[in-house]
Design a protein around this ligand. Structure first.
Ligand code: ADP
Ligand code: ADP
Length: 224
């Protein structure tokens, strides 16, 4: 159960950015997709999200093929490198976004927003403007927004890459803890070995569009 990729291939024109990938993520598991720039990590994640179409093979959740299921119907949460917060909404407005989409009433929205801001270490930040937050704080808000509707699967594309090194190390540890605390099932794309090691139950190593190794961090760990 959970996520299953079967022979997943994604072409851009005649070039296969993702090639015959077999992968699964069980419920409650955090998997890091690790590999050098250009190896196809983002393309794979985007195919899972429904932002790219599979050229062949399947993406399924709990056994149901997701082909033709649009992004907002998959029940997945997305976080990108630069957060992509809504600049015209305050922090609470950003975190509540998915809840509004799901028709959650105002009282429960406010409760859930407070709970999420607590979880990501930003209690009391609801009325702050997102443009006044540091990069690290913006990523925490993006994470809170993605987690708020309790997604089946969280898809994180280089969530810490835009931050400076010291902050990244700290946030990788924070993220590891809060993904567990939220009971999240997650696929985290990264090119950073340390980050993958800190975050993941399992690491999937990608090279030139192919999955070359999968295992616990200890099993696949190689210093570059
Ligand atoms: P990564 O996330 O590992 O850096 P990507 O998935 O972004 O890798 O890219 C994989 C390959 O696909 C690269 O060769 C990249 O240049 C190519 N690619 C990515 N997006 C597009 C696109 N929209 N059109 C054409 N080629 C693309
Ligand atoms: P970091 O070192 O984590 O990148 P910053 O130095 O950017 O953090 O910001 C430190 C604190 O100041 C944060 O709480 C941030 O929200 C706040 N802050 C940053 N820029 C502004 C601003 N233009 N207006 C108000 N508060 C700000």
């Amino acid at each position: 159960m959970g996520l299953r990729l079967k022979d997943l291939t994604v072409h851009y024109g005649s070039v296969a950015a993702v090639s015959d990938v077999e992968m699964s993520i069980e419920d409650g598991e955090v998997v890091a997709l690790l590999g050098p720039s250009g190896c196809g990590k983002s393309t794979l994640l985007r195919a899972v999200a429904g932002l790219e179409r599979a050229s062949s093979g399947t993406v399924s959740w709990d056994g149901a093929d997701l082909a033709g299921v649009p992004v907002h119907r998959r029940g997945f949460g997305l976080v990108f490198q630069d957060g992509q917060l809504f600049p015209h909404r305050d922090v609470a407005g950003n975190v509540a976004f998915g809840l509004r989409m799901h028709g959650v009433d105002r009282k429960h929205q406010a409760e859930r927003v407070a709970e999420l801001l607590e979880l990501v270490g930003l209690p009391g930040y609801g009325a702050r403007r997102t443009t006044e937050l540091s990069g690290g704080e913006q990523q925490r808000v993006a994470l809170a927004r993605a987690l708020a509707p309790r997604p089946k699967l969280l898809l994180l594309d280089e969530p810490l890459s835009a931050l400076d090194r010291a902050l990244r190390e700290q946030l990788a540890m924070d993220l590891a803890v809060l993904l567990r605390r939220a009971g999240a099932t997650a696929l985290v794309v990264t090119h950073d070995h340390d980050e993958a090691f800190t975050l993941a139950d399992r690491v999937a190593l990608m090279r030139k569009g192919k999955l070359v190794q999968t295992g616990t961090p200890a099993e696949v760990w190689r210093r570059p």
